[in-house]
Design a binder for this molecule. Structure first.
Ligand code: SF4
Length: 321
């Protein structure tokens, strides 16, 4: 019982800090599960400041899950352009279609499911996003584990490599039963604003009273070596007489799947003009792209189709900005 009361005290301290210090983010001013889910999918691999732009743009065009289900995936991909990790957009569209189906047909009648176990079955929804949506939109007391929470847990517990189970158990002990969504957001916000990777602000941390790792905070958690592989590929930009490039839609199961772009990878560079090289960072790859130029009879306007940031760079190298 004593342990429960101490956790309760910390839980309230964390919530009090959150109420005072939280950033005013647009998805925090809605209780609409669709708009909350949309924010979580965008934030999976996009920084908050850029994520706001995409959330506003997409939620304005698709204010309901059904409105996205009725649209073509290309429309979402165009809005998503520049946010990277385009498979998220394709899966979000697939999710919208499933959620919008009638219950009799295996769907959810246009309602985002409230249970973690149902959410995690949907396309693009992993354990983190399911926990975030269940707790924030539906007040289900399930702890979230993201990179920020892992760092705070590692430091609080003075454990260089806490197991997922240990992190969840610790997170659960801080969940306020009346406001589990806010407790989860508070922990993530604390990681973003106070328990930062470098120079954590322990003096203003609501958990400092019981934190075991604050003396060596910057050394926790143990860092993994960056094992990014360098990958060299060719891209061929073929330009028609009016200056438009040949673009094709990539298959959905390859990199930048579903987006349009010039031929890339195993391309015929014989008799083509070498234009230059581009470096492009992906999460697990460091791409070095050699750009070639050729000709074609008919191209298309790149602004009319969704294309990746890398393809924009490649086309700019050949066609100019
Ligand atoms: S006291 Fe410092 S190290 Fe501990 S959780 Fe707070 S900010 Fe992180």
């Amino acid at each position: 019982m004593a342990k429960t009361s101490i956790d309760h005290e910390l839980s309230l301290s964390l919530l009090g800090w959150y109420d005072r210090e939280k950033r005013d983010l647009p998805w925090r001013n809605t209780r609409d599960p669709w708009l909350i889910l949309l924010s979580e999918v965008i934030l999976q691999q996009t920084q908050v400041s850029r994520g706001m732009l995409y959330w506003e743009r997409i939620s304005e065009r698709f204010p309901t899950v059904k409105s996205l289900a009725r649209s073509d995936v290309d429309e979402l991909l165009l809005l998503w352009q520049g946010a990277g990790y385009y498979s998220r957009a394709r899966r979000l569209h697939a999710l919208a279609v499933i959620v919008s189906m009638d219950v009799a047909d295996g769907g959810y009648g246009g309602n985002i499911p409230s249970e973690y176990e149902e959410l995690v079955k949907l396309p693009g929804i992993g354990p983190y996003t399911a926990a975030a949506v269940a707790s924030i939109a539906f007040q289900t007391p399930v702890p979230v584990v993201d990179g920020n929470v892992k760092r705070v847990a590692s430091r609080f517990l003075a454990d260089p490599n806490p197991s997922p189970k240990a992190i969840r158990t610790w997170g659960q002990s801080l969940l306020h039963r009346g406001r589990p969504g806010d407790s989860n957001q508070a922990l993530m916000e604390l990681g973003a604003l106070v328990c930062r990777p470098r120079k954590p602000k322990c003096e203003s941390c609501p958990l400092s009273i019981r934190c075991l790792g604050q003396e060596n905070a910057e050394s926790l958690p143990k860092r993994k070596k960056n094992m990014k592989k360098i990958e060299r590929i060719d891209a061929l930009v073929m330009v028609d007489p009016s200056g438009l490039p040949f673009l094709k839609r990539r298959a959905s199961n390859v990199r930048f799947g579903g987006l349009w772009g010039p031929p890339m990878g195993d391309v015929d560079t014989e008799d083509k003009e070498k234009i230059g090289e581009i470096s492009h960072q992906l999460s697990h790859r460091d791409l070095r792209v050699t750009v070639w130029k050729g000709t074609c009879s008919k191209g298309i306007d790149p602004k009319s189709v969704p294309i990746s940031n890398l393809d924009i760079k490649i086309l700019s190298m050949v066609l100019g900005p």
